[in-house]
Design a protein around this ligand. Structure first.
Ligand SMILES: *Cc1c(COP(=O)(O)O)cnc(C)c1O
Length: 551
């Protein structure tokens, strides 16, 4: 009789894809995936979530232990699928929650293949053709943003946060040479707008620059950085003898799609070098994790408008592209395919305009004697990570191939068209007001008021009038209550899931201005769903008013 372990081993071997050709077993692999999908399908309804709106059960999760005996695959699948109960369906036509992709089939297959054959992109001896896929996606993206792909370099990393970490790290080495080897020997600062992503704080903190040395510069009403104040902050830092590790240009802010004037930031940087006779060029990192996709419009003929977008949409796309087309001026660019590229998490790329810049973060080859015994392509010599997955590059490559520029144009154009339709309808209603009216992207921030308020002047009073700040806070609470009602309705399959931000920006008096937020990113959104947003917000508003009247 075979020993116990052999019996178990034989059955466990069937739980892996077969290393040698076995088409019947491949069918079992594919069918197992299908079983999982089938179970998930049973959770779908008209609601933009899977199953019912249950909250995650953390107490039960905490009580889980490893059993002596494993479970059959069928049971494991059903256990896994249970965790999808209550999950949002980002691509649902009734979903306008946040900047999260609904991944394409092609990108999912990219992830699946990378998961099955499990390359490690640390170097090409383990990455093989997947390493070339990373280079391929990098070259395609480089050209898209306006870099020379032959001169540019880049690497996929752990999110837009990782992208900013790389960008600022390269900049820090330029500003404080030898920092990688000797640590931070001189004080350095990072400059970014007040609307830059919070990951800038992480980056400044984790790189040892210090969070206190992240200098946040106020923005204009369109949420783009105020150039004269950026110049002041930079001059002050340089006058105090500090080095500028990086200027971060936010190219599409998270909450409001604010786009900094990168061309002007670039000109400012060059004039600072002359003015202060700097022996280094302060590095410009473009945080384009959201905005990069708009570079697909760089060659779009906005006059002829071959895609046939509505006039308002063309204007919005052209205005965004007017700033995005200068992305090539940045020294490094962060791109998230999992934000506006219809790819699953995590698919993030950081590009440098000049691959020579990567030498600033190279480690000596001797530091990893067990790696790089063969092969020619070794990103592991400069990446922060050692093991790196190919799922991100494969997903990105899949979508760049699948969509092309036209595909990106059609998807983004549709999304902006939907957002514009919402803004138009909101502006037409006396009790609703759009806060980011200059906005040209997929996100709309708006507020609702009880009937009888003059919404033409109220948002200016909220922003500027010192005597109106109490009222502003009361309207914040009012909008929060409307949001809760709209949210509950949407989870029940009526209306649209939107989200809410507690502070889209501060008033001139430092009071947070909360806003309802519609983030359209689903290819499946249509005009009716945009109209639904308004209907359901107003119905919820009436309910809140009725509750107040009853008190
Ligand atoms: C989401 C976001 C980030 C962070 O990117 P992750 O991929 O979540 O790490 C950085 N900047 C902006 C503008 C973002 O919207």
């Amino acid at each position: 009789m075979a020993p116990r372990y052999r019996e178990l081993l034989d059955s466990l071997r069937r739980e892996f894809p077969q290393p040698v050709s076995d088409p019947v077993h491949d069918a079992y692999v594919a069918f197992s995936v299908l079983r999982a999908l089938d179970r998930v399908d049973a959770l779908k309804s008209a609601a933009p979530i899977l199953g019912s709106p249950v909250e995650p059960d953390f107490a039960a999760a905490l009580a889980s232990r490893v059993a002596g005996q494993g479970e059959p695959l069928e049971r494991v699948i059903s256990e896994l699928v249970k965790h999808l109960e209550g999950m949002f369906i980002w691509g649902h036509p009734r979903s306008q929650v946040n900047v999260i992709s609904h991944p394409s089939i092609a990108s999912i297959i990219g992830v699946l293949l990378a998961s099955m054959y499990n390359p490690n992109l640390v170097g090409d001896e383990s990455g093989r053709g997947f390493s070339a896929a990373e280079v391929r996606a990098t070259a395609m993206a480089a050209e898209l943003v306006g870099y020379d792909p032959a001169k540019a370099g880049g690497v996929f990393t752990f999110g837009g946060t990782g992208g900013m970490l790389y960008g600022v790290k390269v900049g820090l080495e330029k500003a404080v040479p030898g920092c990688l080897a000797n640590g931070l020997t001189r004080p350095a600062v990072v400059l970014a707008s007040a609307h830059s992503h919070a990951c800038a704080l992480n980056v400044a903190g984790w790189l040892g620059i210090g969070q206190a040395n992240l200098l946040l510069v106020p923005t204009h009403e369109d949420n783009a950085i105020e150039l004269p104040r950026l110049a002041d902050a930079a001059r002050r830092a340089l006058t105090e003898g500090k080095r500028i590790a990086a200027i971060v240009a936010t190219m599409g802010s998270t909450d409001a799609f604010g786009i900094d004037d990168l061309r002007a930031i670039h000109a400012l940087r060059d004039s600072l070098v002359r003015e202060f006779s700097l022996d280094y060029q302060p590095h410009i990192h473009a945080d384009a994790v959201i905005g990069w996709a708009w570079t697909a419009f760089n060659d779009y003929d906005f006059l002829a408008n071959p895609m046939g977008f509505r006039g308002r949409t063309v204007r919005a796309l052209a205005k965004a592209d007017h700033r995005m087309r200068h992305l090539g001026l940045a020294d490094s660019v962060g791109i998230d395919f999992h934000k506006t590229g219809f790819a699953p998490y995590i698919s993030s790329l950081v590009l440098v305009r000049d691959h020579e810049d990567l030498r600033f973060i190279y480690r000596p080859r001797e530091s990893v004697p067990y790696l790089f015994q063969s092969g020619v392509h070794h990103p592991g010599l400069f990446t922060l990570e050692t093991s790196r997955s190919a799922t991100g590059p494969m997903a990105a490559l899949a979508n760049l191939l699948l969509l092309g520029r036209e595909g990106l144009q059609a998807l983004l154009g549709h999304i902006v068209e939907m957002a514009e339709a919402l803004r138009e309808a909101l502006e037409a209603h006396p009790d609703l007001t759009v806060l980011n009216g200059d906005n040209v992207g997929p996100v709309t921030l708006f507020r609702v008021y009880p009937p009888g308020n003059d919404t033409f002047t109220i948002k200016d009073r909220e922003r500027t009038d010192a005597g109106f700040q109490e009222q502003l806070l009361a309207f914040n609470r009012y909008n929060r209550r409307v949001f809760e009602l709209v949210h509950a309705e949407a989870l029940a399959g009526r209306g649209v899931v939107i989200s809410m931000t507690d502070c889209y920006r501060e008033s001139d008096h430092g009071t947070p201005i909360a806003a309802l937020k519609s983030y359209v990113l689903s290819p499946f959104t249509d005009e009716n769903r945009m109209a639904d947003v308004i209907t359901h917000v107003l119905a919820a508003r009436d309910k809140v008013d009725a509750e107040d009247a009853a008190d």
